[in-house]
Design a protein around this ligand. Structure first.
Ligand code: HEC
Length: 126
């Protein structure tokens, strides 16, 4: 009986520890977590465009580690395509629109995360 109570206390303490950790994550970590949940099945966990869906897709997802392609886009373009979908920048509808599912703040963290993946900024070239 006493043992069970102690075990429950330990489990509760661990749970609080995990919750506490989630509250303090930075914008970039949130972006990374969102990317894993919503984007990696197409764009790949590493962002290299090699997600599990790719084999069956007529249009291949952008490789977000591609510095040249990604630096040709402004943060506003990246925001727009994530929010409104591929068609918003004359790209494929296979890139879904995330408005409604993902908040503007979260889209901003995703844009930051894509800048980490490409290690580039708009206009930083090759
Ligand atoms: C169902 C598959 C799929 C999912 C899920 C997906 N994408 Fe895409 N994405 C695509 C495809 C396909 C393209 C390329 C469209 C084209 O080239 O016409 C693309 C293109 C993009 C582009 C445009 C890059 C450029 O400049 O050409 C961005 C930015 C992007 N995706 C971000 C994201 C983010 C962020 C997420 C997660 C919130 C996400 N995508 C989820 C399929 C997907």
């Amino acid at each position: 009986m006493k043992k069970a109570i102690t075990r429950n206390l330990i489990v509760t303490a661990l749970g609080l520890f995990v919750l506490g950790g989630q509250i303090t994550v930075s914008a970039e970590e949130t972006g990374e977590a969102l990317y894993k949940t919503y984007c990696s099945q197409c764009h790949g966990i590493k962002g290299d465009g090699m997600g599990v869906n790719v084999r069956d897709m007529a249009v291949q997802p952008r490789d977000h580690t591609d510095r040249v392609a990604m630096s040709s886009r402004s943060d506003a373009d990246l925001f727009k395509v994530v929010k409104e979908g591929g068609q918003a920048i004359s790209k494929s509808v296979l890139m879904p629109a995330w408005a409604g599912a993902i908040s503007d703040d979260e889209i901003n963290s995703l844009v930051k995360h894509m800048r980490v993946l490409c290690q580039c900024q708009h206009g930083s070239g090759s």
